[in-house]
Write a protein that binds this ligand. Sequence first.
Ligand SMILES: [Zn+2]
Length: 373
Amino acid sequence: MARRLSKRGWIVILSGLLVILMGSICAHLIFDRPEITFKEPLEYEYRQKLTVSDLVSEVKKGELINGEEEIDAAVLGAQQVTVKTKNHYGRKYSCDVSITVKDIQAPVITAPDRITLVRGQQVDLLAYASVTDDAGEATLELIEGYDPQKVGMQMIEYRAVDTSGNVSGCRTSVVVKENEDDQRDYFLTYSGHSGYRENGRTFIEGIPIINKTYGLPSGYGARGLTKDTSAAWQKMKEAAAADGITLKVLSAYRNYGHQEEVFNKKVAEEGEQQALLTSEKAGHSEHQAGIALDVNSFKESFAQTREYEWLNKNCYKYGFIIRYPQGKTDYTGYVFEPWHITYVGEQWAKVFYNDGNWICIEEYFMITSEYGD
Ligand SMILES: [Zn+2]
């Protein structure tokens, strides 16, 4: 006959089991290792100020002990870092983690904003700049130099490489003045072309720039067409005549006062909004500079004539451009004016002609044509 366990016996067994269970739970808690999540990747810049806590993104079931400890990042390459933690019951742990110290930072080039020289002056541009690197040596070289014969502003470019192959670049401008007395204010357009301002006038690549943004001093007057413009016009007129085309001048040079009358008359006839698209304010007309002519007809229908066809196809050969081409109002600020031609010289006229697909000055040089306040 089986002996039945007494009530007391049961209590002893259950108590024993409870002690074992509690004990193992406690032991589990006491010996529970903190879980460390490290940042990725464990790569650090050479000589970066670094502590153990910088390596760790999170510690679960405990905390860092040596978080404040500094790591020596002045040695390139891999190194072991000991990370010490303790769990909530104060039990301490340590583990090693591998980090890599790299030279990631590019060298720093110091160069002047602008280097001013005179025409023909040859200088060692490398002597104007210096380079520093956080991890030692870096070499400086010149990627793009300057042309000492080209008067105007030019961009030059330095490049530096450090021993780890990190590269940095730096662009700065060189202004080549005509001579020591040259007071022109040189600049570069967004298209990278060289221009200057002098006595209230603006030139880009030698072309006088006159539009809504770039004006002329009120007192400025060519007192007629410029010599080059006049000579080119005569030559073109004769060439046209030889092809059976008659070109005639409607309006050429207009002084400031005359232009003021023209503009005011337009405003009276068409209202200001329209006048701004069809006529230049005084001080903003190429006619005042003696480089523009209005020919044959002030009607847009002129564009349908044989004369315009000839002009459109041939004027660039004589250094003229259709200054306000069709579809370019957003750039020029003016409606299509088939009759208005501007002398810019043969070399540039060919560029703007663009094989019959006119590019306007504003578009090419990336400049604006807008009246200021
Ligand atoms: Zn005109």
